[in-house]
Design a protein around this ligand. Structure first.
Ligand SMILES: *Cc1c(COP(=O)(O)O)cnc(C)c1O
Ligand SMILES: [Zn+2]
Length: 447
């Protein structure tokens, strides 16, 4: 990995060799999130827009020289990334805008954006598994999994991976692990939507439904990972998750012919995605493949607005206390956003903004987005579009701005919320007998 120079603490700026630290800056503990710093000169010698134009790999791995993995590393087989970018002219027109695209990351293998990060987690876990297994410090290090665990750990992949999640990061990790037969232990809040839990169980993860919030599950997972020696995929802790997430920006730029958009809307919970979006565009600027940094607009639920509040009030996110998060958009419910440093930097350095949307606006955005461009989003995905609607209404955008909205998760992830959303706009199915007359009655009411 000669193209990775070092890992740099976001708080103190201390630089570490990748094998010298596990996850965070030893000086700053859980808050000491690390940024992966690259040698762009070396990268530019192996990849370029011209080489990509003839590259037939249609996944995040088309950008492998820009990722923190060795060139010959084996990668999991699931096709992560290279999701479609749709021009959404009707949506744009309705908002008085000219150029709106929707990047549909619900099209990933486990139906959310999180696959981008989990693919990297599986690769990094395998990199360290050799070292860790040979330096076992206590017998608990290789704790065996309970019998409910369906995936037989293959000898080549002995290290268990763990994460806490509101659901999607977990489903993504479980799916990516299943694709290579790697054991995994998942901590989710008991309230996680059923579809996400079903995915976990189907993929054979060991699922721990925590009686508590995502924040409780996160803290417990960190403790368990340290105690049992598991590889830790947690968002806003493992420095490599941002690196997987940044691939969305490469794709957007490439799909737009290496012309960066003016504005990107993305929903924000922990802040890892928006931090990744920022990192991706920064990489491209450093390489000289794009000429401008888009303004990044972070969209938060009104009931989970830690970052929006900190940004509006100029509060320091290192000292701001957690809030009590509650929103219909479970994927962006975070009382203490774990990647808040990167998220805040993404918005402030790009002259962006945080926008908050109420749960009713989020729910209304589900059918609006689905009808306006054919993309069915879960609440957290639709929230980004709700943010665009609000920003347009509040005059934060120019009609000529080239705008990308990222849908981060499929609507099938949370059918209960989708049903609530369609009821909210007053649509319902018509219950009929299997008779043509009943069809006619529906089509011509009142006759
Ligand atoms: C995780 C997630 C988000 C938010 O990402 P953060 O990195 O937590 O800010 C948004 N939408 C969906 C569907 C997600 O799964
Ligand atoms: Zn530090």
């Amino acid at each position: 990995m000669e193209h990775v120079l070092h890992l740099k603490c976001l708080i103190c700026g201390q630089e570490y060799q990748p094998d010298a630290v596990a996850y965070v800056c030893p000086e700053h503990g859980n808050e000491g999130i690390l940024d992966v710093v690259y040698d762009y000169g070396r990268i530019a010698a192996t990849i370029s827009p011209a080489s990509l134009a003839t590259n037939r790999e249609t996944s995040i791995w088309r950008y492998k020289p820009l990722l923190p993995v060795a060139p010959d590393t084996a990668v999991p087989p699931l096709a992560v990334g290279w999701t479609p970018l749709y021009k959404a002219d009707r949506l744009a027109g309705d908002l008085g805008l000219q150029h709106v695209w929707v990047k549909d990351d619900g099209r990933n293998p486990t139906a959310s954006f999180k696959d981008r990060a989990s693919a990297i987690a599986v690769v990094k876990a395998n990199e360290v598994s050799g070292e860790q297994v040979s330096s076992v410090k206590s017998p608990r290090h290789l704790v065996t999994l309970p019998p409910c665990h369906l995936v037989t750990p293959s000898p080549a992949h002995p290290l268990t991976i763990t994460t806490a999640s509101t659901g999607n990061a977990a489903a993504a990790l479980a799916g990516l692990c299943a694709s290579v037969g790697q054991p995994n232990v998942i901590f989710v809040p008991k309230s996680a939507p059923e579809a996400k839990v079903a995915q976990l169980l189907a993929f054979g993860a060991t699922v721990l439904l925590v009686e508590g919030t995502y924040d409780d599950a996160f803290d417990l997972c960190l403790q368990a990972a340290a105690e049992f020696g598991w590889y830790n995929r947690n968002t806003g802790y493992n420095p490599y998750m941002t690196e997987g997430k940044k691939t969305v920006s490469y794709e957007i730029a490439e799909q737009l012919g290496w012309q960066a958009p003016d504005v990107v809307f993305v929903s924000v919970g922990d802040g890892c995605i928006i931090g990744g979006v920022h990192k991706g565009f920064m990489d491209l600027l450093a390489l000289g493949w794009i000429e401008q940094m888009p303004r990044l607009i972070g969209v938060q639920a009104a009931g989970s607005n830690y970052l929006a509040e900190a940004w509006a009030n100029g509060e320091d996110v290192l000292t701001k206390t957690p809030i009590k998060a509650e929103t219909v958009a479970d994927s962006i419910s975070a009382g203490l956003p774990r990647d808040r440093l990167k998220a805040m930097t993404a918005v402030t350095r790009t002259n962006g903004a945080f926008v908050t949307v109420a749960d009713e606006e989020i729910l209304a955005a589900i059918p609006a987005l689905a009808r306006g461009c054919g993309v069915f989003a879960e609440p957290a995905g639709a929230a980004a579009y709700a943010g665009l609607v609000k920003a347009a209404r509040e005059g934060l955008l120019q009609p000529t701005d080239r705008i990308v909205v990222i849908n981060t998760g499929s609507g099938l992830k949370d059918v209960a919320a989708a049903m609530k959303a369609v009821q909210g706009v007053g649509v319902r199915p018509y219950a009929i007998q299997p008779k043509l007359a009943d069809v006619e009655a529906v089509l011509k009411p009142g006759e």
